[in-house]
Design a protein around this ligand. Structure first.
Ligand SMILES: Cc1cc2nc3c(=O)[nH]c(=O)nc-3n(C[C@H](O)[C@H](O)[C@H](O)COP(=O)(O)OP(=O)(O)OC[C@H]3O[C@@H](n4cnc5c(N)ncnc54)[C@H](O)[C@@H]3O)c2cc1C
Length: 403
């Protein structure tokens, strides 16, 4: 890594993973020129997008200030392509058109987005929780459907049976009591299956909460096609909607695959134990767009829980290399999943280090308070908040370990 000028570090993507890496490098490394590139001007708490669609106001978290405070710079642009041979990324900005940015080390963290490609019509007729302005627009649409009286307003169909779909269904069920909310989890809630790999206690609590909040569950069949005002189910039935929210799986951007970097079938960069691309040693990959195996956890799932520690790990790998040392392997193990079930309820599902659920769960207000704390803790972990305060003391139990 030795050179004459400053070592050029370019980070693609300011999500939980990429921004954590950028922050730690900016705070610790010297002789480095650090650039963060993202399409939007502000960090978005992606794990709160369903809350924003339910009416919560997002915090303003501008990248520019964040990076300047860490001796780096922020470029608002879309990365169009990577040229690993020349160590360049091609970017496009609204004002200046296309230009190139050179790197010595690239940190690849463009994350993921909702899969609206697999089921026909979803891209045209369904909305998703990918962007803050999308969540705000969804909130405006939902309030426009409101009527007076329980469940007499419009119908919101939520497609998906994983944690994002459950969180959205509970959020709307609790906060928009005049709307009819239908959750279509496909085969996910069929007998013998559990959404998001929950324990029996966790699954039972989710079902009880959905029922308490008046969410209807259309389980059993998958959605075969999305039409402008209804979905066709694979069993021949249809469900009418005013708004269809798609929350059924994530895809990763094709940037790495298009550049000839070694990727998995889904397009995640294949990394070694130090988060380094196996085909391009000057590229580190983190977050949802990285395929990362650890000794303790096995394959890391797409999550903020794993992505943010990966950002820390990439910064450590970079620091070791910059100083001519051998980087340590990235270590990570899971301890719990936290799921918001509206503002007043939540589920902390404890898991073993490999992410398999154990029976213990925290539910109700205790779960909600912990979930909120963990969202704030994730933000503080990136570097935005230094005034997090102690963990909540309801009830006075030993707090779970927080990665
Ligand atoms: C509603 C919701 C709730 C969730 N709740 C949880 C939870 O409770 N716990 C949990 O662990 N996970 C949760 N997740 C998943 C979690 O949000 C993601 O796994 C996590 O955000 C991934 O982090 P990341 O940094 O890899 O990518 P992202 O957060 O997706 O960030 C990627 C960044 O890259 C930028 N980018 C992408 N392409 C380009 C490009 N070409 N050029 C420039 N910039 C680009 C994007 O603008 C974005 O800022 C939730 C997801 C959703 C949608």
């Amino acid at each position: 890594m030795a050179g004459t000028g400053p070592h050029e570090v370019v980070v693609i993507g300011g999500g939980y993973a990429g921004l954590t890496a950028a922050a730690r490098i900016g705070e610790t490394a010297s002789g480095v020129s650090l650039t963060l590139i993202d399409t939007k001007p502000e960090f978005v708490e992606r794990i709160r997008l369903h809350e924003m669609a339910g009416g919560s106001t997002p915090r303003a978290l501008p990248y520019e200030d964040f990076m300047t405070a860490r001796h780096g710079r922020f470029v608002q642009a879309k990365v169009m392509s990577i040229d690993p041979g020349r160590r360049r990324v091609l970017i496009e900005t609204d004002h200046k058109g296309q230009s190139e940015v050179a790197y010595d080390t690239l940190i690849y963290a463009p994350g993921s987005y909702t899969d609206r490609q697999t089921v026909p019509g979803a891209d045209r007729h369904a909305v998703c929780l990918d962007m803050a302005d999308g969540s705000a627009a969804l909130y405006a649409r939902l309030t426009g459907l409101a009527r007076t009286g329980a469940r007499t307003g419009g119908t919101v169909l939520i497609a998906g049976g994983g944690l994002t779909a459950i969180e959205a269904a509970c959020e709307f069920g609790e906060r928009m009591t005049d709307l009819r909310i239908i959750l279509a989890p496909g085969r996910n809630f069929a007998p013998g299956t559990k959404p998001g790999d929950l324990s029996k206690a966790g699954f039972d609590h989710v079902i009880a909460t959905l029922e308490r909040l008046g969410v209807e569950i259309a389980a059993g069949a998958r959605i075969a096609r999305v039409q402008p005002d209804h979905v066709d189910m694979e069993d021949g039935s249809t469900i009418a909607f005013d708004v269809c929210l798609w929350a059924a799986g994530f895809l990763v951007p094709p940037l790495a695959a298009d550049a000839g970097i070694e990727v998995t079938q889904s397009g995640q960069i294949v990394t070694d134990e130090t988060l380094t691309s196996v085909s391009h040693p000057d590229i580190l990959a983190v977050g949802d767009a990285a395929h990362v195996m650890t000794e303790i956890a096995g394959k890391c799932r797409m999550s903020c829980a794993a992505g943010r520690p990966m950002g820390e790990g990439a910064a450590r790998t970079f620091d070791a290399r910059l100083n001519g040392a051998r980087p340590d392997a990235f270590t990570f193990g899971y301890s719990f999943r936290c799921i918001s079930l509206g503002r007043e309820d939540g589920l902390i599902q404890f898991v073993d280090a490999t992410d398999q659920p154990v029976e213990e769960v925290w539910t109700g207000k205790r779960g909600a308070v912990w979930k909120e704390y963990i969202c704030r803790r994730a933000l503080a972990g990136v570097g935005f908040d230094n005034d997090l305060g102690p963990p909540p003391n309801v009830p006075p139990d030993t707090p779970p370990e927080i990665s």
